[in-house]
Design a protein around this ligand. Structure first.
Ligand code: BEZ
Length: 325
């Protein structure tokens, strides 16, 4: 069994056709057919049922496909990490979710550039969950997001918890009080905006704000999860694609939402931001990087983050990386 045979099998299984697999791989149909036949002969197992169209996997083939595609992805990750280890890129590619861009990210980068004037930084807007694949493929070197992840390749540092504020239209009756309770918000339409950031797989987990360790509960939308912790279910919700749209709807008087405190300067002509009374109504900020390969500039970046926190009087717990490449 070799990699060529395995890649041929995956391409045929993915595309359910020898001709489509041939155009994708650049191999001829007879070559693909021969590679698949050799694999099946080596294993003594029929993997693909060739007698029906479109082609489909046999039961054993479906099992093999699941397991072997995970292994091939790991091989790609290891190959890309090894290449990066031998020649680390001079530039630092940073993935981020929009809410951290409104917060301290620009200041952190300015601080990093003070101590590394020649550094080239590239910023990429990527959801928390997509950051994990982007780290493995080498598209980014570090990711800032708001969800914890359990992945054997990834290490995470919890940077801090940021208080949620409630965003209300300026004319809302509750806008007059400085502090709000979740129970008093329950009669409003709550605008949810985390949909595109939620994971497809069940390995990602939500975070209990009261505890630095991720819990093993199934993922729920974070704002609903927060209300549920107080036994409250908002009477109506609307789900939108992102934070900006959510704030647009609040500005238009369509409902209310909760946002991390960094957002408090956005659309202030139409929106007021009020504190929540509950101390555990917070959104975490995580730094994610690969476990086995840390870009040489990342320790400086973490140092820049802590310097910004100190300058602003933000409470944090200093952490370091478990290994360095
Ligand atoms: C923060 O707001 O704590 C933060 C945002 C981006 C990068 C690092 C920290």
């Amino acid at each position: 069994m070799d990699l060529k045979q395995l890649n041929a099998f995956i391409a045929i299984a993915d595309l359910k056709s020898f001709s489509a697999a041939a155009s994708k791989t650049g191999l001829s149909q007879p070559t693909l057919s021969r590679l698949l036949k050799q694999l099946e002969t080596d294993m003594g197992v029929e993997l693909i049922d060739r007698y029906h169209r479109p082609l489909h996997l046999t039961e054993a083939g479906a099992f093999f496909y699941d397991k072997i595609s995970a292994i091939l992805t790991e091989i790609d990750t290891v190959t890309s990490m090894t290449q990066r280890l031998s020649a680390p890129s001079a530039s630092l590619n940073i993935g981020f979710v929009p809410s951290v861009l409104y917060g301290l990210l620009p200041e952190v980068i300015a601080k990093l550039k003070q101590s590394n004037p020649d550094i080239e930084v590239n910023l990429k807007d990527i959801s928390s969950y997509q950051q994990i694949d982007a780290l493995k493929s080498g598209e980014i070197d570090i990711g800032f997001g708001r969800f914890a992840h359990q992945d054997p390749w990834i290490q995470q540092i919890l940077l801090r918890h940021e208080r949620y504020l409630v965003a209300l239209p300026k004319a809302h009756p509750l806008a007059d009080s400085d502090e709000q309770r979740l129970i008093d918000l329950a009669n409003n339409r709550l605008i949810l905006y985390h949909q595109t950031h939620l994971p497809i797989s069940t390995t990602a987990i939500p975070v209990k704000p009261s505890n630095d360790q991720p819990s093993l509960e199934p993922v729920t939308e974070p704002l609903l999860h927060l209300f549920a912790q107080y036994g409250i279910s908002p009477f109506m919700t609307t789900t939108v694609s992102d934070l900006q749209v959510a704030l647009g709807l609040v500005a238009a008087g369509e409902g209310i939402t909760l946002v991390p405190a960094s957002l408090k300067t956005v659309r202030t002509e139409q929106i007021v931001y009020r504190r929540l009374l509950h101390e555990n109504a917070t959104s975490p900020i995580y730094l994610h990087t690969l476990k086995d390969f840390i870009h040489p500039k990342i320790p400086d970046l973490l140092g820049a983050i802590y310097q910004v926190y100190e300058r602003r009087g933000i409470t944090y717990r200093k952490q370091s990386f478990t290994s360095q490449g």
